[in-house]
Structures are given as C-alpha cells and as structure tokens.
Design a protein around this ligand. Structure first.
Ligand code: ADP
Length: 225
C-alpha cells in the first residue's frame, strides 16, 4: 500500500473546537486514482491536508510508502513533501512573475537540478498539452491552461502521490474535462497515484474508487463501475 490511514482524527482548536475528522481509516494502493467526495463541510479538504503533510492531525497514523510520516520532524516533513508529494490546488497557486517553464522547474531547482530540471519541465509542459506556451506568464493563460501548468509542476520531482484539492472547481466545464482527462492519462499511462478531492459526482467516471465522507467519517467506499 502506498498510503495507510489509521483512525485519523482532526479537531480544529478554537473557542468552539470543531471535530472535522472523527476516526478515518483506509488504504490506497500504488497506481490508484482516488476521489474523496461528500457534501461541503464533510471533511474532504481536512483529510487531504493531513495526508499531504500540510497540517497536523489530532491523532491517528499515516504511513506513506512505508514511512510513518507523522513521526517526521518539521524539516523531515518539508523534505518529504518536496521529494515525494505533488500538489494541485483549486487556485493554481502559480507565481505570477515567473513563466510557465520557470514555475514548473522551480521545485526541481530547489532540489539543485538546474538544467535537467528545465529539460524535464519542458517535457512536462508538452505532456500537459502546452507546447508553445513555455514562456508565457500566468496572466497570459486561461484558467485551464494555468491549472495544467500546476499539474506539470506537481509532477516535476516524480512524486509518489499527487494530491489535488478541487482542481476543477474554478474552471469552465470544457477546461475541467481536459484537466480530469489529463489526470486519467497520467494515472493510466504513467501509473501516477492520485488522490483528488471533488464535490462533482460526475467525476466518478475518471477514478478507480470514491471515498465518501460524511460528518468527518467514511460513509462508504465505492469502486468504479
Ligand atoms: P470540506 O472540504 O468537505 O468542505 P472541510 O475539511 O473544509 O470540509 O471542513 C470540515 C469541518 O472543519 C467544517 O466544519 C469546517 O468548518 C471545519 N474547518 C475546516 N477548516 C478549519 C479551520 N482552519 N479552522 C476551524 N475549522 C475548520
């Protein structure tokens, strides 16, 4: 299993503590494309943030590729995120002052892979269908194109898992379809493991399994038709 989640709980502190995950357990096999669904407030983003090491759960265990990731130090987690995980967010989160190529190669530069990183970034931009757009700035691209740059960036360090949080929520339906088809292609052709939060039930057609959350618990796990 590439991911094992055991009795994961998260309560947000505050004047009124909010339990967002109340004991979630499941496993993801390497090469799966998983969707996390459920109504607003069911805990989808919270789950993705805990698995992606972007937040610290209240209790439970998360093992990714054999590593008990919650036991890592802060710098160990940062290294693990950079080397082993990729992220795609609803808002693209590109750096506006950098071109598409520079945005995609940035995480590789952080790892010290200068020229090789740029070459791989160029290949990935071609892979996501942005031939001829390498030197364009985010402001010169549509939302769908920016999100495809973000997908290329997520892949630059060959992550074990790509986490995507509502990656199509800001896109028109044609661009959304293109991004989902891209994920499906990355999953089928390259064996990329993907965990994607979505509130769009139609996205079921793209994935292997759906984890349905309700009030911070798994309501059911649905295999693809
Ligand atoms: P979903 O992604 O399914 O809409 P979330 O994971 O965002 O659900 O939220 C689950 C619950 O946790 C909700 O009750 C939400 O209000 C609460 N919550 C989410 N983020 C925070 C936060 N940073 N601080 C306090 N409460 C939060």
């Amino acid at each position: 299993m590439i991911i094992t989640v055991d009795d994961l709980k998260k309560t947000y502190a505050g004047r009124v503590p909010t339990p967002a995950l109340r004991g979630v357990s499941f496993e993801v096999a390497s090469g799966e494309f998983i969707a996390v669904m459920g109504r607003s407030g069911s805990g989808k983003s919270t789950l993705l943030h805990q698995l992606g090491l972007l937040d610290v759960p209240t209790s439970g265990r998360v093992v990714i590729d054999g590593i008990d990731v919650l036991a890592l130090t802060e710098s160990g987690k940062a290294r693990f995120r950079l080397h082993s995980l990729g992220y795609v967010f609803q808002e693209y989160a590109l750096i506006t002052e950098l071109t598409a190529l520079e945005n995609v190669s940035l995480p590789a530069r952080t790892l010290g892979a200068g020229r090789a990183g740029r070459e791989r970034a160029a290949e990935l931009l071609d892979l996501v269908g942005l031939q001829g757009r390498h030197d364009h700035y985010p402001s010169e691209m549509s939302g769908g194109e920016q999100q495809r740059v973000a997908v290329a960036r997520a892949l630059i360090n060959r992550p074990k898992i790509v986490f995507a949080d509502e990656p199509t929520a800001n896109l028109d339906s044609a661009s959304a379809k293109m991004v989902l088809e891209l994920f499906r292609r990355l999953n089928r052709d390259l064996g990329q493991t993907i965990v994607m939060v979505t509130h769009e039930p139609d996205d079921r057609q793209y994935v292997n399994r759906v984890i349905w959350l309700k009030d911070g618990l798994i309501e059911r796990i649905e295999a693809a038709a």
